[in-house]
Design a protein around this ligand. Structure first.
Ligand code: NAD
Ligand code: GLY
Length: 365
């Protein structure tokens, strides 16, 4: 079992280890009132919701614990699902001391977190992430949101959780594709600020892909320590937190252009990081060899590194204008000055973005 503490104005602890979702005593400490709504999805709820609900109920005999289940997948991160949760909370009679427990991946975490941010102007949220991606990224830092057809995460709020319980036993049932998606966000921390971590990932690739428990806990704890270090200084992304979006301007454009049904988020981030690395080389900021090495590591983890065939590159650039990192008149990217040294780079020209992307697109089948 490991812990990472997130400091700042609203501090909380990330607990990482096996069996945490059955630790009713620890979970119940974060519930102040008598209403607990577990939000989960149709793939995760049958596996884990009963155990979590029973663990909470055993330590909260006076509380009502209910489970709300959404369809699995990015297509559920919508205003319509958000409105449904609001109605369910109203029917439940949830009071201001109610607690939402988000049990699932980043989709559940972002949607349930946004519901917690909005119900009665903000109630408690406990994150119980069950994907690697959610354990290392989305459950930490308080970004909550839903997507619009026009763009990802366009409607949301900053609402830090009261606590995060990353039960690594749940990773045993995670599909291989989703494990790999999580590894993309793990690689991101190395790429933006920790070259030694990139070396460690290279050395432990086999163990991570084989789901070795010690390797996974180590990767999660190191990733969370990076994220905690950044978000406690910059919780609302006024500055350095934007570095966590390395690759994401490309990724969000790809996900949106594919209608949220193509690459999953981690896969899109993998492609996006390679695009960002190549754009950095094109702008003379970093050696091409670092981009090649990054692509090789991501490929080692079974992740895509090419822009899917058929996507219109100009349309992707248009999508990037709605990205939250864009400002009026120019595109702003998180690029790097070589592995481990990301920086925010404003004023990037469309022509350079297109030229960097063109060689990275897969040929049509
Ligand atoms: P996801 O939530 O869609 O989960 C992936 C799939 O795995 C789903 O089908 C889910 O049902 C299934 N699943 C989850 N846990 C499982 C388990 N233990 N066993 C079996 N199946 C399981 O996807 P994700 O990759 O976890 O999250 C992606 C989302 O996170 C995106 O919407 C992205 O924008 C968001 N995100 C948010 C932040 C943030 O800071 N808030 C950071 C990164 C990503
Ligand atoms: N995932 C990017 C952030 O939390 O800021």
């Amino acid at each position: 079992m490991k812990h990472v503490d997130v400091g700042g104005a609203a501090p909380y602890r990330i607990a990482i280890g096996e069996g945490l979702l059955r630790d009713g005593a620890a979970l119940a400490k974060h519930v102040r009132g008598r209403h607990v709504m577990i939000v989960s999805d149709a793939q995760v709820a049958p596996l884990y919701a009963r155990d979590l609900a029973d663990a909470l109920q055993a330590h909260l005999p006076d509380a009502r614990v209910i489970v709300s289940c959404i369809p699995a997948g990015e297509a559920s991160k919508t205003l319509d699902r958000f409105a449904e949760l609001m109605r369910e909370l109203a029917d439940f009679g949830a009071t201001r001391d109610a607690c939402i427990v988000a049990l699932g991946g980043g989709v559940v975490g972002d949607l349930a977190g946004f519901a917690a941010a909005c119900w009665m102007r903000g109630i408690d949220c406990v994150q119980v992430p069950t994907t690697l991606l959610a354990m290392v990224d989305s459950s930490v830092g308080g970004k909550t949101a839903v997507d619009l057809p026009q763009g990802k995460n366009l409607v949301g709020a900053f609402h830090p959780p009261r606590a995060v319980f990353a039960d690594t036993a749940t990773l045993r049932t995670l599909p291989d594709r989703e494990l790999r998606a999580g590894l993309a966000e793990v690689v991101k921390y190395g790429a933006i600020r920790d070259i030694a971590f990139l070396d460690w990932l290279q050395a432990h690739a086999d163990a991570l892909l084989a789901r070795d428990p010690a390797a996974l806990v180590e990767a999660i704890a190191r990733s969370c320590a990076h994220k905690a270090d950044i978000v406690e200084r910059d919780p609302r992304e006024r500055g350095e937190r934007a570095l966590l979006n390395f690759g994401h301007t490309f990724a969000h454009a790809i996900e949106t252009e594919q209608g949220y049904g193509g690459l999953n988020h981690g896969e899109a981030v993998s492609v996006g990081m390679v695009c960002a690395a190549h754009l950095s080389s094109r702008l003379g900021m970093a050696p091409e060899s670092d981009a090649t090495r990054l692509a090789a590591l991501l490929t080692r983890f079974g992740l895509p590194v090419a822009i899917p065939a058929g996507l219109d590159l100009a349309a992707l650039v248009d999508r990037m204008r709605l990205d939250k990192k864009a400002t009026a008149g120019s595109l702003r990217f998180v690029l790097w000055r070589g592995a481990g040294k990301a920086e925010i780079t404003p004023g990037v020209k469309d022509a350079d973005v297109l030229a960097a992307m063109r060689p990275l697109q897969s040929a049509p089948p």
